[in-house]
Ligand binder design. Structure first.
Ligand SMILES: NC(=O)NCCC(=O)O
Length: 423
C-alpha cells in the first residue's frame, strides 16, 4: 500500500481497490481544481449560466433557481458613468407588489455595498480606516444619485477581517465608539452630506469599543437620515469555525433583536454568523422588521453553497426582505497563523466571494453582485409585498408559536428528554 502523490487516498490492492482509487482520484482532482476556481477566477454564477445555457432554457433555469424575474431598475447615466470611472460594479433591480385599493405602494430603495480593503493590512491603522472611508464615500455618492434611501456596508467595513490571526495588536485599534467614533462621524457628516443631505439611513457595521467598560463588540450602527444615531445592534452569534477566531476579540451581543423604525420602513441587522440561525431571523421578523440586513464576511471554501440559500430562506419563511452583503478579495497578513484544524500555517483567510444580493418574501431574489469586484447593488422594493405574501401563504398564521415556545423551553432545560417513541 502506498499513498497517492496527488490525493489523500491510500492505494488499495487488487482490481477493485485500483478502480475505486482511480475514481476517487479523479473526483479529488476536480475538487482541487474547483477550489482554485473558488478564488477570483470565477466571476459569478449568473454570468456562467448566461454564457452556457441556450436562451430558451435559460429563462426556465432562472425561474426555478431565482424565482420570478426581478426587473432591471433604470439607473441614471451619470451614476453608471461614475461607477465605471471609480471602478465598481453598479446593478439595479426592482421588486414590485400588486396594486392595493386601500394602501399606496411603500417603495424604498436599498443600496448594498461590497468591497475589497484598500491598503495592505500592515499600513498604519488610521490610513487604512481613512482609505476605506474615502472609497466607500465615493460609492455612497453614486448610491445617492440612484435615489438610495437606506445603504448598508459590509461587516467590519473599516478594517481587514483580521480575526483569523488571533493577534490583538494592531487589530483592536480599529475598534471605535459607536456613538462618537471617526466612522460614525463619517456616516453622519462625510463632506457634510452622507446621512443628512443625502437623506439616507446608513447601516455601518464596525468593531465597537464600548468605552465605559472597555468591552469590544461587533456592532452595526444605524444612522438615521436626520443625521443622528438611531441606535446600534450587536452581533449575537460568534463563529467557531475554521479561521473565524472572532471570540478572541469581542463578546456575544447583548442588544436582543432590535428593530429600527426609519422613515423608509422598519429595519433590522442580523450580522454575519446570525444568518445560520433561522430563529435569529425569525425574532427580528417577530419584532416587525420589514427588511433584515445581513452584513457578512465569509469565504468560498467555507460557506459559498449556503450563501444563496440562507438569507433567501429567511425572506420566504418570515415574509420580509433580506439583504446579504459579503466582502471581496483575499486579505494577506504579515504573520502566519493556524486555527488548530491541522492545516498548515497560512497568511490569509481564503477568498471573500462578494455575491451580495437581495431576497424577497415571494421567494424571488436579485442577481448577485460579482464575486470579484467592488460593487453597489441598488434595489427598489415595494414593502407592501410582505403583507401580500403573508396573506397568500400565511406562515405567520399557520406557525404554531405557542407549541414551539413551550417545547423549546423544555428542550433548553438540563433534564430535557427528547420526544422519541421507541418500540
Ligand atoms: N464573519 C463571520 O461570522 N463569518 C463566519 C463564517 C460564516 O458565517 O460563513
Amino acid at each position: 500500500m502506498s499513498a497517492c502523490r496527488f490525493c489523500p487516498i491510500v492505494e488499495g490492492v487488487g482490481l477493485l481497490g485500483y478502480r475505486i482509487h482511480k475514481h476517487t482520484h479523479k473526483a479529488w482532482t476536480v475538487y482541487r481544481r474547483s477550489l482554485k476556481m473558488s478564488g477570483s477566477a470565477f466571476e459569478s454564477l449568473e454570468k456562467t449560466l448566461e454564457k452556457h445555457i441556450p436562451d430558451e432554457e435559460l429563462k426556465e433555469v432562472k425561474r426555478i433557481l431565482f424565482g420570478k424575474e426581478t426587473k432591471k431598475l433604470v439607473l441614471p447615466a451619470c451614476a453608471m458613468e461614475i461607477a465605471l470611472e471609480r471602478d465598481f460594479e453598479l446593478q439595479g433591480y426592482m421588486f414590485e407588489a400588486s396594486t392595493e385599493q386601500l394602501r399606496a405602494p411603500r417603495t424604498v430603495r436599498v443600496g448594498l455595498i461590497q468591497n475589497r480593503i484598500v491598503l495592505p493590512t500592515d499600513a498604519p491603522v488610521l490610513d487604512q480606516i481613512t482609505a476605506l472611508h474615502k472609497r466607500i464615500g465615493e460609492m455612497v455618492d453614486v448610491a445617492a444619485m440612484c435615489g438610495v434611501n437606506i445603504v448598508c456596508f459590509q461587516e467590519a467595513w473599516t478594517m481587514p477581517f483580521a480575526f483569523c490571526t488571533r493577534e490583538k495588536e494592531p487589530w483592536t485599534e480599529f475598534a471605535e465608539s459607536a456613538e462618537e467614533g471617526y466612522t460614525t462621524r463619517f456616516c453622519q457628516e462625510v463632506r457634510g452630506e452622507l446621512a443628512k443631505k443625502y437623506n439616507m439611513v446608513v447601516i455601518s457595521p464596525i468593531l465597537e469599543r464600548e468605552e465605559v467598560h472597555n468591552v469590544l463588540w461587533n456592532t452595526a450602527v444605524v444612522v438615521s437620515n436626520s443625521g443622528s444615531v438611531l441606535g446600534k445592534t450587536r452581533k449575537n452569534h460568534i463563529p467557531r469555525v475554521g479561521d473565524f477566531n472572532e471570540s478572541t476579540y469581542y463578546m456575544e451581543g447583548n442588544t436582543g433583536h432590535k428593530v429600527f423604525q426609519t422613515q423608509f420602513g422598519k429595519i433590522a441587522v442580523n450580522i454575519c454568523y446570525g444568518r445560520h440561525h433561522p430563529l435569529n431571523w425569525f425574532m427580528y421578523s417577530m419584532n416587525g422588521a420589514e427588511i433584515i440586513f445581513n452584513p457578512s464576511a465569509t469565504v468560498g471554501g467555507l460557506s459559498e453553497p449556503m450563501w444563496s440559500i440562507e438569507a433567501r430562506n429567511a425572506a420566504i419563511a418570515n415574509h420580509c426582505f433580506t439583504c446579504g452583503i459579503n466582502r471581496v478579495g483575499t486579505e494577506h497578513f504579515n504573520n502566519e497563523f493556524t486555527s488548530g484544524d491541522g492545516k498548515k500555517a497560512h497568511q490569509d483567510f481564503g477568498y471573500f466571494y462578494g455575491s451580495s444580493y437581495v431576497a424577497a418574501p415571494d421567494g424571488s431574489r436579485s442577481p448577485g453582485l460579482s464575486r470579484t469586484r467592488d460593487g453597489l447593488l441598488v434595489t427598489e422594493m415595494d414593502l407592501n409585498l410582505s403583507r401580500q405574501i403573508s396573506d397568500k401563504w400565511s406562515f405567520k398564521m399557520t406557525g404554531r408559536y405557542e407549541d414551539y415556545a413551550e417545547e423549546l423551553t423544555r428542550a433548553t432545560k438540563q433534564d430535557f428528554k427528547p420526544n422519541i417513541i421507541k418500540e
